[in-house]
Design a protein around this ligand. Sequence first.
Ligand code: ADP
Ligand code: MG
Length: 339
Amino acid sequence: FKGGAAIEALASVRTVAFDKTGTLTEGHPAVVEIVSFSDLTEDAILARAAAVEARSSHPLAQGIVEAAAARGLAVAKATDERNLSGRGLRALVDGVVVLVGSRRFFPDRLAPVDAALERFERAGHTIVLVGSPDGVDGAIALTDPIRHASESAVRALGGLGLRTVMLTGDNRATAERIGRAAGVTDVRAELLPEEKVAAVRALQAAMPTAMIGDGVNDAPALAAASVGIAMGAGTDAAIEAADVVLARDDLAQVPVAVRLARRTMVTIRTNIGTALFVKAAFLVLTLFGFTNLWLAVLADTGMALLVTANSLRLLHGAPPIPAPHLHDHASQPALAGAD
Ligand code: ADP
Ligand code: MG
């Protein structure tokens, strides 16, 4: 928690918004199929995409680069790359302009492309299109399995009375599938980064909202939420923008953090309430002449001890912190390990 304000804000949150890739899913997409709509071979499509994606830190980019390496393809060096955040990127490969990204990148498509995309979407795959300014040359289907902890974390948040929403830039069919598997109440798909921010603002207008993300295309949404929660393995931008960082990169810690924040606020209110009550009672006793030194000590130091002991109860019920993380306090490599 980056300070007391983050604890107070998390305690009053009523809606939790999740990013999909790298948050509800593992964030290591694997290439499952490649199709070509041009005279390029499937390997040539993959090699072109990998040349461009070598310039990107997006999880999809890493999956594509790894697939090209696994097939032993010769990958050219791309230059002049331009990142179109939330859509994909363009770069110069062997003297040709190559575009890699979502369908928003390619407004004009042909029937065979649509048929292939529909098939991929029905299978719940994430799709990356590869082409040029003239049109689509091929498509790469990737699959990114849901995290083991997602479903139980979402269920635990529901049990705490919170509404859960998934915000993603991915296609609707794939988003719905992951959203259903995770058990979130609401799914918003095909959002650009600025649309994620708008969605967070809209949720926030109704109820205080927390946003959880890994920072790839969602750091602005983390900053816009009343509480931004970053995955520990997320980008530096996410860890910077967030109010709470899950140092263990474990979604199961989200309900734990909410419960801890709520208990902390209850403890603070109880402590202030009892301390004020005891001092007021002592004041009244003094006015009626029932004062002695020991009562004064009890009302002051005794109350300080009581309040401290009550606060220490927060340590119980919190899960143990695993040993490795205790050692890297000074340099914080657990967080910096993201890059
Ligand atoms: P999410 O919201 O699921 O984390 P993003 O907002 O990061 O997803 O990306 C949304 C979509 O934009 C992806 O599904 C993909 O189609 C496209 N995209 C974004 N960045 C890239 C990239 N570097 N390479 C290929 N496609 C990309
Ligand atoms: Mg993401």
